[in-house]
Design a protein around this ligand. Structure first.
Ligand code: FAD
Ligand code: DLZ
Ligand code: SF4
Length: 510
């Protein structure tokens, strides 16, 4: 009898570890302390993963397969994957362990040495739930001076023949971003996100999370994530029918009290195996062909999945484990307390943190241009920022979180992923959101106690990192502007930033 391990983010019938499953094999799934408390995950994430695991186990059993499912509150739960694997092998006399490669480097390293510790052979198969294998990504990367997502994306479009007209991109352009990113307008009619009704399995899991993880970050209620493949498909269909058409136009817009906007909210389902990337892409492409959504929206959405998602995963496996220690800008400031509480006078930060706490979700621009931008400008310690992003979002796994944080927001990899830091002053947030209207600070004021902190912190960031960033061709304009500033202006920036940093250090409300 073979033992087939299914991890909490491998909930797919087509996963490689099940490709040749037989009815006399044993499938092992376990809720373990090792995984659930690796970082203090958002309560909603734990409830989501456990409920999705339990529903997947039920589906496997319904198909006549044997499942050994270890619940978190099982008194004999050893707390570790290895402990549960050993127990299952001994109890059921299994003669081989089969698994798909884990998505995170720490687990893959653990499994690489597992073979020495087990009495049976270990067969680790490729994780084939991605559209670009790690080997193919290495082949793409080798010999290139720059690893830019845009060129990777074009190859993926050709390879999978997505939005292609023979050899040319449909519409004549690869990328329609110029038509996207409109500012907010009044009276936008934003559809609700998908909401499931928690069934008995989910209610049990919610009670379990309340009992065992009371000190973890985030609100457990209301809980309405999809937890089965059918529900995840319904969530995808709802997005395609109701929100995709405006996804491109308002991709970067942030509105108070509207956490979901026109985004898809499917990353958590894709990342745990409930949805597969090609079906999401195909449904979006079909929506273009049948006239449900315009090209700028469909191309923009497909680029995120076929381009960005595959690309960041490729970068992760190309560069790990050294990548994790990257800190090009030598940032070392501690994460402010308000990242946990939202207790800050900066309304944009308060909104994004509060929504993160409520929903285990924030959309891309909130993660990048508000929360991430602040972390970059004040120079937060990459390890602390990584831990925060890994634990607060329901879709977070290290393979996507780490390059997003180190490469995209903190420029900690020195420009491997982004050609320049995504640094912005308050005017960007003011243009793309309605946050500034009810803020204590004023986005148009550059210095002094009323000034938006992003304004002076932006220039302090540019000045502080002169040695490291002046040579970057895409930063030339910023350094010319800095050089044109008179001494008085420079002093005001330094004074305001110094005062702000002192207040942060003293844990005063900023
Ligand atoms: P949509 O905006 O509707 O996009 C559609 C899909 O495209 C997403 O579901 C996702 O699978 C993919 N996608 C979109 N943008 C990206 C991107 N930049 N990189 C990779 N995939 C992308 N995404 C995660 O899945 N997990 C993470 O842990 C994560 N951490 C992030 C941390 C930071 C600092 C930043 C800036 C981005 C991070 N992202 C992460 C990427 C992106 O923000 C989320 O995928 C997206 O916000 C999820 O919401 P959605 O499903 O509504 O996405
Ligand atoms: C995210 C997560 C959580 C919270 N709990 C479990 C668990 O108890 N058992 C399990 O098998 N997987 C869990 N996961 C998903 C794993 O953390 C994920 O498989 C690894 O991070 C590899 O990507
Ligand atoms: Fe954020 Fe500045 Fe706008 Fe306040 S004024 S919401 S701090 S960008």
């Amino acid at each position: 009898m073979k033992l087939r391990l299914i991890l909490g983010d491998q909930l797919s019938l087509s996963t490689s570890s099940l490709s040749d499953v037989a009815s006399d094999d044993l499938i092992l799934m376990c809720e373990v302390r090792q995984e659930a408390t690796y970082v203090k995950y958002h309560k909603k994430k734990i409830a989501f993963v456990f409920s999705a695991m339990r529903h997947f186990a039920r589906e496997l059993r319904d198909r006549g397969l044997q499942v050994r499912y270890v619940t978190y509150d099982d008194p004999n739960n050893s707390g570790s994957l290895l402990g549960e694997i050993k127990k299952a092998i001994n109890l059921h006399q299994c003669d081989e362990l089969v698994l798909a490669r884990p998505g995170e480097h720490r687990l893959q390293s653990e499994f690489d040495v597992l073979a020495d510790d087990l009495s049976v052979p270990v067969v680790m198969r490729e994780d084939d739930r991605f559209l670009c294998s790690t080997d193919d990504f290495v082949r793409w990367a080798v010999g290139r001076k720059q690893l830019r997502m845009e060129y990777f994306y074009r190859e993926m479009r050709r390879k999978y023949s997505i939005l292609m007209d023979a050899e040319e991109p449909i519409g004549g352009q690869w990328n329609y971003d110029a038509e996207n990113r409109k500012p907010p307008t009044n009276g936008m009619d934003i559809p609700e996100t998908y909401k499931s009704d928690p069934d008995g399995i989910t209610q049990d899991v919610i009670a379990l999370v309340e009992t065992y993880f009371p000190d973890h970050f985030g609100d457990l209620f209301p809980f309405h994530f999809a937890v089965t493949r059918d529900q995840a498909l319904a969530a995808l269909d709802e997005f395609i029918a109701r929100r995709l058409r405006l996804f491109g136009d308002y991709q970067d817009v942030m509105i108070e009290g509207e956490p979901w906007m026109y985004h898809s909210h499917i990353a958590l389902y894709l990342n745990c195996g409930l949805l597969n990337p090609l079906e999401c892409i195909s449904r979006a492409e079909a929506a273009y062909h049948d006239g449900t959504a315009p090209l700028n929206a469909v191309e923009g959405f497909i680029r995120q999945i076929l381009g960005w998602r595959e690309y960041v995963r490729g970068i992760y496996w190309l560069k790990m484990p050294d990548y994790k220690a990257a800190n090009f800008l030598e940032a070392e400031r501690a994460l402010p307390e308000f990242y946990w509480t939202g207790d800050t006078m900066m309304n944009c930060m308060r909104q994004c943190i509060t929504e993160t706490k409520q929903n285990a979700y924030a959309h891309h621009i909130q993660r990048l241009m508000v929360l991430g931008n602040f972390a970059l400008l004040v120079g937060l310690d990459p390890d602390e920022v990584n831990e925060w992003y890994l634990l607060v979002y329901a879709d977070a796994y290290e393979w996507v979180e780490l390059p997003s944080v180190l490469g995209m927001i903190l420029f900690a990899d020195g420009g491997l992923l982004a050609s320049k830091p995504y640094a912005a002053s308050g005017s960007y947030i003011n243009k793309m959101s309605n946050y500034c209207g009810s803020c204590t600070y004023k986005p148009t004021v550059k210095n002094g106690p009323k000034a938006c902190p992003f304004n002076y912190l932006y220039w302090d960031f540019v000045a502080r990192n002169d040695v490291k960033l002046r040579g970057n061709p895409r930063m030339g304009f910023m350094y010319k502007s800095l050089d044109r500033m008179n001494d008085e202006k420079r002093q005001a920036i330094q004074d305001d930033s110094g005062r702000f940093f002192n207040a942060l250090q003293a844990n005063e409300k900023v």
